[in-house]
Write a protein that binds this ligand. Structure first.
Ligand code: HEM
Length: 472
């Protein structure tokens, strides 16, 4: 065909092409009503298998709703940044969240979200973090001493208590000890209700969760009133006095809901990442030794972990990134589709649910070399594999709604890890099930059983000759 004829042919086809809607994504809706919910919940390879068959986008039905699953760095960027106005956070959460966590940041959108995020931000970034180091440090040491006295422990459960103590002390102004123990019990009841059927009787998980929520909110209200009368430097103290450009502050009801959300969003996720980190160190002695050497050098200037020092731990930074990549505590994020969109040649209608998968980009072979291997050096300045594609490392989400607690969580993880590396050592108890289970946050099935002890010699005394490892 001549080029002129090809041109005419294309012109003739144009109106037809323009009016043909793109097809729905490939995939299966599964059984009526339940769809593929059971496969989704119980098959760890659910998304991976379908990605191998259909590619970066496929349809399914979860919790009674048609759902599109989007996988890979490009899809992450689409959902989290370039096309985020097609998606609603509010519509992505189950109704129980709305009832139990109230009108908090997770459920807000548009101007209301922007305003509240701005008011909350100062309590989790920059100068505020300086004030948190001492509390994090002293609670970590208190727990580490207790663990060393215990000898053998299940670390996930213990880490959860530590991160809860840190969060409730800094976020809600609780006194570590009996007060945080009580709060942690209420909080456990609240979390159990988030994924339970919304049946509100005194003995049902949801009924207990409502009661626990009311007790927590009552406690927070007392603390807010104290902070209003007497300013403090903890997060709640800062939130109470945080103002936007017009001098508006968060109301009492807003403060209560946001504080409860921070506690929920902050401590299970941090527990998961810390547990994966200490497990990875025990499984990779060469990495562990190099991380120890980095701490040994820093101890020449200060025995206590300072904020200044935390900014000078490039190797620990690489380890934290590698743990985020290989063991993201949250595997993905749900959204409601509020505007039709097209992705990769497929059309997704308004009213569906969307799920972006965090773990898919993290294991993408076109981005990460040998992606199933634990290899912190992939984040060294020379290799920097995550820079091969935008949105390829999204353990904390991405775009304008990236995790609000990112800096807070990273400070806490690095501080706890640095402290443990300096003064303690641990061995995995043999014959335990270290298979990772994702719900509610990623963790080894055994909970990570370890024998924990104080180091016999300070890391400064360990030389490269003794260990045979290279210096950082
Ligand atoms: C290792 C610890 C943490 C991890 C892995 C993590 C992960 C995430 C992820 C993946 C998102 C985005 C979810 C989505 O796109 O659907 C998110 C959002 C959020 N996180 Fe975190 N998080 C952590 C710690 C924290 C902490 C300590 C806090 C609070 C103190 C916090 C507060 C929030 C909030 C408020 C949002 C919603 C932000 C918004 O909508 O603007 N997170 N987090």
């Amino acid at each position: 065909m001549s080029s002129r004829a090809v041109f005419d042919h294309c012109i003739l086809l144009l109106p037809m092409v323009a009016s043909t809607p793109a097809p729905l994504p490939p995939g299966s809706f599964g059984l009526p009503v339940v769809g593929e919910t059971l496969n989704f919940l119980f098959d760890r390879e659910f998304a991976k298998k379908r990605q191998a068959r259909y590619g970066a986008i496929f349809k399914t039905r979860l919790l009674g709703r048609p759902t599109v699953v989007l996988m890979g760095a490009e899809a992450n960027q689409f959902v989290l940044s370039t096309n985020m106005d097609s998606f609603s956070w509010r519509e992505g959460w189950p109704g129980t969240f709305k009832q139990l966590l109230g009108e908090s940041l997770f459920l807000q959108e548009g101007e209301e979200h922007r305003r509240n995020r701005k008011l909350l931000m100062p309590a989790f970034h920059g100068p505020a973090l300086v004030g948190y180091v001492e509390t994090m440090q002293s609670l970590t040491e208190r727990y580490a001493q207790k663990w060393a006295a215990q000898g053998q422990l299940t670390w996930f459960d213990e880490m959860k208590q530590l991160t809860f103590d840190i969060a409730s002390t800094l976020l809600l102004g609780s006194e570590p000890g009996s007060q945080t123990t009580q709060m942690s019990e209420w909080f456990a009841d609240l979390t159990n209700g988030l994924f339970a059927p919304p049946i509100h009787w005194g003995w049902t998980p949801f009924g207990k969760a409502v009661k626990a929520r009311d007790q927590l909110l009552h406690h927070i209200e007392q603390v807010v009133k104290e902070r209003q009368a007497r300013p403090t430097q903890d997060a709640l103290g800062l939130l109470v006095h945080s103002e936007d450009e017009e001098g508006n502050r968060l109301s009492l009801e807003e403060l209560k809901a946001q504080a409860l959300l921070m506690l929920f969003a902050g401590h299970e996720t941090t527990t998961s990442m810390l547990t994966s980190l200490v497990m990875s160190l025990a499984q990779h002695p060469d990495v562990w030794e190099q991380a120890r050497q980095e701490q040994a050098q820093l101890m020449e200037t200060s025995d206590a972990v300072t904020l200044e020092q935390i900014r000078q731990m490039p190797y620990l930074d690489q380890i934290v990134k590698e743990v985020e990549r290989l063991y993201p505590p949250v595997a993905g994020g749900f959204r409601g589709v509020v505007k039709d969109f097209e992705f990769n040649g497929y059309r997704v209608p308004k009213g569906w649910m969307a799920l972006y998968r965090i773990d898919a980009a993290h294991r993408d072979r076109t981005i990460y070399t040998d992606p199933d291997r634990f290899d912190p050096d992939r984040f060294s300045p020379e290799r920097a594999e995550h820079k091969r594609a935008d949105f390829s490392l999204v353990g904390f989400g991405g775009g304008p709604r990236i995790c609000l607690g990112l800096a807070f969580a990273q400070l806490e993880i690095k501080l706890v890890a640095a402290h443990l590396l300096r003064y303690y050592t641990w061995d995995l108890v043999p014959d335990q099930n270290l298979e990772m289970t994702p719900i509610p946050t990623l963790r080894p099935r055994s909970g990570l059983k370890v024998v924990f002890k104080k180091r016999a010699i300070a890391p400064t005394q360990v030389t490269a000759d003794q260990t045979g490892q290279r210096q950082p």
